[in-house]
Design a protein around this ligand. Structure first.
Ligand SMILES: NC(=O)C1=CN([C@@H]2O[C@H](COP(=O)(O)OP(=O)(O)OC[C@H]3O[C@@H](n4cnc5c(N)ncnc54)[C@H](OP(=O)(O)O)[C@@H]3O)[C@@H](O)[C@H]2O)[C@@H](O)CC1
Ligand SMILES: Nc1ncnc2c1ncn2[C@@H]1O[C@H](COP(=O)(O)OP(=O)(O)O)[C@@H](O)[C@H]1O
Ligand SMILES: [K+]
Length: 504
C-alpha cells in the first residue's frame, strides 16, 4: 500500500469527488462512516463521547461522526474553539446537518471546560488533520494541552491534531497524545516513525473509497507492507521441487559465549524453507549445534572461540548469511574482508558484521551489489552518522542504499526497508515483545533462507520482515509480550508461513 503525502491525499480527494461526481460532503460522509464503523466495533456506549472540532474538514469529519454516533445511540457532545478561523464549506454543511439533540459547546478559553467532567468521557480529536500548515498557537494549542492533561482516552481522526504528516514536527509544538489514530486512505508517514510514538500509541488505517486508478498513478517512495502486499510477493513451492530447488544457505555465525545466536539464526533458516543449511562456527560450538539443529550441516572453524576462516567452495552456496554473535576480533574482520573479495553469491549481513564494517568504512564500497544489511538504529548510526530526527534518518537510509547499491533493513517497530532505487517499505507486523535478545538473529536466518530460495533481495527483505513480525504476533497471542523470547518467534514461523500459504 502506497503511503501518500498530505498534498497527494488532497489531490486524490479532489479527483475522486469530480471523477465520481460526488455531492458536496459525500466523501466526508464516507470517511466519517469508516471512522464510525471502527468506533462502534471498539468502543462501548458506557462513556459519553466528547468531539473537539477544528475549523477545517477534519472538524467537518468530527461533526459528521457526532451525527452518526448519535444515530447509533451514543451520548455525544461537540466542542468548537471560537477563533477568527474561517470554517470550511463542509464543516458548515455538517454543522447544519447536526441534529438539535447534540449539544454544541463553543468556547474561547479552556477554563470553563474544567467542570464538564471531560476526563470521564472518551475524547474524539477532530481539531486538525492533513491541512495543518504551521504549529498550533493560541486557543488551539491551549485546547490541546488541556485535552492531554485530562489523561482521558483520546481517539484522533486521521492524525493527532498538531502533528505534521510528512515532516518533522517542532519539539515544543502542541500535539494531541492519542491512544488511537484512525487514519484515512493511507497510513501517514509521521505515524510510522519512532519519534512520534508519544502522539499515537496505535494506528489503524481505513479505506474511504478514493479513486484507485488515480492513486496507482501517484508516485511515492514510501510503502506500507500489509498482508495483501506481503502475500503478493510470496511464491508457492513447486510440486516437483526438491531440496536443490530451494537453495543451500551458508551461515557464518557465533563465537564463544554466543553460540546461542548461531543456533537461533540456524533454526530460523531451517524453518523458513531453505533446501539445505550449512553453518560454519567456532569449534566450541560444533557439538552444541549438531545437537540443537540436527537438520543443519556443521563446519568447524580452526579456532575454538571465533570465526577466522571462510569455508571452502563458497560458490556452492546460494547465499551467505554472516553476523549474529560473531564478535569483532581482528581475525574475524580479516575473514569478512576476504568474504567481500571472493563472494559471488548474495550476502546477508547482520550484527557484528555491521559493526566491523562501521569500524572500517573502507570495506563499504566492496559490498557486492544487492547485499542485504539488517541493522538496528544504533548499528545504522555507526554505519553512517548521528541524525537529528527520524526524517533525517530516512534521508540517510535512502542515500546509503543508493551509494552502496544495497538493501538496508532498519529494524524496530515498523521496520523500514530501504532499497537502492530509493524506496522505503514500512512493515505492519510485530510487537514490543520482540524487543528481546536474539530476535534479530532469527530475522537473519529468515531472510537468508528466502534469498536461498531465489527470492529477489527486495522480496526477501519485505517478506522476511513481515513473516518475522507475524510469527512474533502469534507468539504474543500465546505468551504475551513480557515473556516472549526469540525462540517463540521461531516456533511460530510455521503458523506464519501457513497463513500466507493458505491465503495467497
Ligand atoms: N478533502 C476531503 O474531501 C476530505 C478530507 N477529509 C478530512 O479532511 C482533513 C483535511 O482537511 P483540511 O484540508 O480542511 O485540513 P484541516 O486539517 O481540517 O485544517 C485546515 C484548516 O486549519 C487551518 N490551519 C492550518 N494550520 C493551522 C494552524 N497551525 N493554526 C490555525 N489554523 C490552521 C487552515 O486554515 P488557514 O489558516 O491555513 O487558512 C484550515 O482552515 C483530513 O485530515 C480528513 O480528516 C476526509 O473527510 C476525507 C475527505
Ligand atoms: N517494538 C517493536 N515492535 C515490533 N518489532 C520490534 C520491536 N522491537 C524490536 N522489534 C524487532 O525485533 C528485532 C530485534 O532485533 P535486534 O535489535 O537486532 O535484536 P538482537 O540483536 O538481540 O537479535 C528486530 O527485527 C525488530 O524489528
Ligand atoms: K485530528
Amino acid at each position: 500500500m502506497k503511503i501518500l503525502s498530505s498534498a497527494q491525499l488532497r489531490e486524490a480527494d479532489t479527483f475522486t469527488i469530480s471523477h465520481e461526481n460526488l455531492a458536496p460532503g459525500a466523501l466526508m460522509e464516507r470517511a466519517a462512516q469508516a471512522f464510525t464503523n471502527w468506533f462502534i466495533n471498539h468502543c462501548g456506549r458506557e462513556k459519553e463521547v466528547a468531539i473537539f472540532c477544528g475549523p477545517g474538514n477534519n472538524g467537518g469529519d468530527g461533526l459528521a461522526v457526532a451525527r452518526l454516533l448519535s444515530e447509533h445511540n451514543y451520548l455525544v457532545r461537540t466542542f468548537i474553539p471560537e477563533t477568527d478561523s474561517v470554517f470550511s464549506e463542509e464543516f458548515k454543511l455538517n454543522l447544519k446537518r447536526l441534529p438539535a439533540r447534540i449539544p454544541v459547546v463553543r468556547f474561547n478559553h479552556t477554563a470553563p471546560l474544567e467542570d464538564r467532567h471531560l476526563s470521564k468521557t472518551r475524547i474524539i480529536d477532530a481539531l486538525f488533520g492533513t491541512g495543518l500548515n504551521r504549529p498550533l498557537t493560541g486557543l488551539y494549542a491551549e485546547t490541546i494541552r488541556f485535552l492531554n492533561n485530562l489523561h482521558a482516552e483520546i481517539i484522533s481522526i486521521d492524525l493527532p491534531s498538531g502533528l505534521f504528516a510528512d515532516s518533522a514536527t517542532p519539539e515544543d509544538a502542541a500535539v494531541i497524545k492519542a491512544s488511537q489514530t484512525i487514519t484515512f486512505a493511507s497510513p501517514k508517514l509521521a505515524l510510522l516513525l519512532p519519534q512520534n510514538q508519544v502522539y499515537s500509541q496505535q494506528m489503524h488505517s481505513v479505506l474511504i473509497g478514493l479513486n484507485i486508478g488515480f492513486i496507482e498513478n501517484l508516485r511515492s517512495p514510501f510503502y506500507y507492507v500489509d498482508s495483501v502486499s506481503a502475500r503478493s510477493r510470496w511464491k508457492p513451492r513447486p510440486r516437483f521441487g526438491h531440496k536443490g530447488t530451494f537453495g543451500h544457505s551458508l551461515l557464518l555465525v557465533g563465537s564463544y559465549g554466543k553460540i546461542g545466536a548461531a543456533i537461533l539464526s540456524t533454526r530460523a533458516c531451517l524453518r523458513s524453507g531453505s533446501g539445505l543449511v550449512s553453518v560454519s562456527l567456532p569449534r566450541a560450538g560444533y557439538q552444541i549445534m549438531q545437537t540443537a539443529a540436527p537438520e543443519a550441516m556443521v563446519l568447524a572453524d580452526p579456532s575454538e572461540k571465533i570465526i577466522t576462516e571462510l569455508p571452502p567452495e563458497l560458490e556452492k552456496y546460494a547465499v551467505v548469511g554472516l553476523g549474529p554473535g560473531i564478535g569483532q576480533a581482528a581475525e574475524t574482520k580479516k575473514m569478512l574482508g576476504n568474504l567481500l573479495e571472493k563472494v559471488k553469491v548474495p550476502l546477508v549481513l547482520d550484527a557484528d558484521a555491521l559493526n566491523l564494517l562501521a569500524a572500517d568504512k573502507s570495506l563499504l564500497p566492496k559490498l557486492p551489489p544487492e547485499t542485504i544489511l539488517t541493522p538496528h538504529p544504533k548499528e545504522f548510526e555507526r554505519l553512517t552518522q548521528p541524525f537529528t530526527d527520524d526524517f533525517e534518518r530516512l534521508k540517510r537510509l535512502r542515500e546509503f542504499c543508493q551509494q552502496y547499491r544495497c538493501y538496508v533493513v532498519l529494524k524496530g517497530a515498523n521496520t523500514c526497508i530501504g532499497t537502492p532505487s530509493g524506496n522505503h517499505f514500512f512493515n505492519s507486523t510485530g510487537n514490543p515483545g520482540m524487543a528481546t535478545g536474539g530476535s534479530g538473529d532469527v530475522l537473519t536466518g529468515i531472510i537468508t533462507a528466502l534469498r536461498a530460495q531465489g527470492y529477489p533481495a527486495e522480496d526477501a527483505c519485505i517478506l522476511g520482515v513481515y513473516i518475522h513480525g507475524l510469527a512474533g504476533d502469534f507468539a504474543k497471542n500465546e505468551k504475551g509480550e513480557t515473556a516472549l523470547i526469540a525462540s517463540d518467534i521461531i516456533e511460530n514461523l510455521g503458523k506464519a508461513f501457513k497463513t500466507l500459504e493458505e491465503t495467497a
